[in-house]
Design a protein around this ligand. Sequence first.
Ligand SMILES: CC(C)(COP(=O)(O)OP(=O)(O)OC[C@H]1O[C@@H](n2cnc3c(N)ncnc32)[C@H](O)[C@@H]1OP(=O)(O)O)[C@@H](O)C(=O)NCCC(=O)NCCS
Length: 517
Amino acid sequence: MNIPSGERTVADVMSAPVVTAQPAETVAVAAQRMHDARVGSVVVIDHDDRAIGILTERDMIHLAAAGSDASTAKVSEWMTPDPDTIASTVGAAAAFANLAEHHYRHIPVVDNNKLVGIVSMRDLMRVAMIQPADAQAHEIPKGLEGVVVADTTVGDVRGLEGFYHYRQYSAVDLAKTRPIEDVWQLMFTGKLPATTAEREAFAADIRPRRVLPNAVAAVLPAIAGAGETFVPLDALRTALSQYGAALGFRASHDIDHAELYDNAMSTCAVVPTLICALWRIRQGLDPVAPRDDLAYAANYLYMMHGEVPTPEYAAAVEKYLISTIDHGFNASTFTARVITSTGADLAAAVVGAIGALSGPLHGGAPSRALQMLDEIGTADRAEPWLRAAVERGDRLMGFGHRVYKTDDPRSLMLRDVADGLGGDKMELARHIEATAVRVLDELKPGRRLYTNVEFYAGIVMDRCGIPRELFTPTFAASRVIGWCTHVLEQAADNRLIRPSAQYVGPPPPQPVPPIGA
Ligand SMILES: CC(C)(COP(=O)(O)OP(=O)(O)OC[C@H]1O[C@@H](n2cnc3c(N)ncnc32)[C@H](O)[C@@H]1OP(=O)(O)O)[C@@H](O)C(=O)NCCC(=O)NCCS
């Protein structure tokens, strides 16, 4: 590589000797060494001093966020194995470009297989004078993984344990034992109903709010009919904007808790009605009005098909709905909180959250997981199909999770539910799950990829007669309760959420060039 004369090389700016760790040491020991040496990473070396991994502050954040114990976790479990390295002779600018491109913050410097130093983004920025080093106030991982951005009493996810909870109760236990209105009450008020009278009072508050206001019903045909392809979640998003306007929702900044709570109750109650009405209208069918004598999920399926479902299907869908009400600071929940932090009205927060949910990396996957099942078709095709997909770099839909590094408890529960319902897809699904987990373990070692909620959610919804295009809207029908709970919490103790970004483009100010001929 040609280095302009006078330009400094990695050797000039790297730190040496390097703070190192052994793979078998505990993370706590390595962290103490990092702390004592005031460095942001340790290079993990083997007995021949070869760099076999790197453990960074970011990994510590991951570990803490996953609720893991640093005093027992091994460095080898949390390090990034086989890190990219750089030679000491490389120019600082090229090294900077390398780090920036790969989003590395530290890179070991290796000459002739021997670790000779470590260079950080901060070191390179300082010499390349690209950005003052003090502009990087913190080491914030891309995607904000593990970064704590708020205090919450709504619930949490413990990724390594495979456990999540609403308030102080296991969400899975709630799904197995309570109707959704009880859980909704827990979310909104902080308390489960203790008596049937308390349960009934809350459910009675919900029922009338399920009915569509005329100003909204009137515009649904236009919304449902727009576009060549019908995307129900987009239609729901549009209808909810109209709903907020029709009910006169005001800026959360200007209203008290009681009014915001009232907006939240109405919005959560009306979402299932809107989903079913829009879907039916698009098919040339009349919307079906909600029925007060039916339980929550039974009424949802009834508004969808105009027939009362079997108790098994209604119970299965209700469990699914409860299990997806909330799940930590996922993208859509965070979106709802960011919007609320500006003082905007509740409909704005929910509409924004729906936008975030619509992406396949978040809520848009269950129908894709089922599509994968269809494409695989038979058990004997699973292994070659899955292997080829992962080797191509495709993501297997319904697998992997930002927080869970073990079985997703929602997936385990829904697998049981799906088992109970039976059906032709179930056997194939279990075979595909087992094969995919094995293939991913082999081809993506150490990434800990298992089924997520979406895999069996698709199977359950399919079995209960929910059409694929309504899978993600059905997810929204329960998650809206979680979003609104977070809106209420954010508004109750608000501070505008306004982070910063680190500028990494060409150094400003450059002269503005004149226009060419
Ligand atoms: C959910 C998801 C976005 C979380 O991703 P993330 O935390 O950003 O994980 P990363 O992108 O850091 O992935 C880590 C590694 O695992 C791999 N990986 C993650 N999920 C994978 C999947 N479903 N199939 C194959 N490989 C996967 C990545 O390719 C990456 O490998 P690399 O280290 O070789 O680059 C991701 O697992 C995914 O795309 N899953 C499929 C979509 C899905 O099921 N969405 C519903 C979520 S509830």
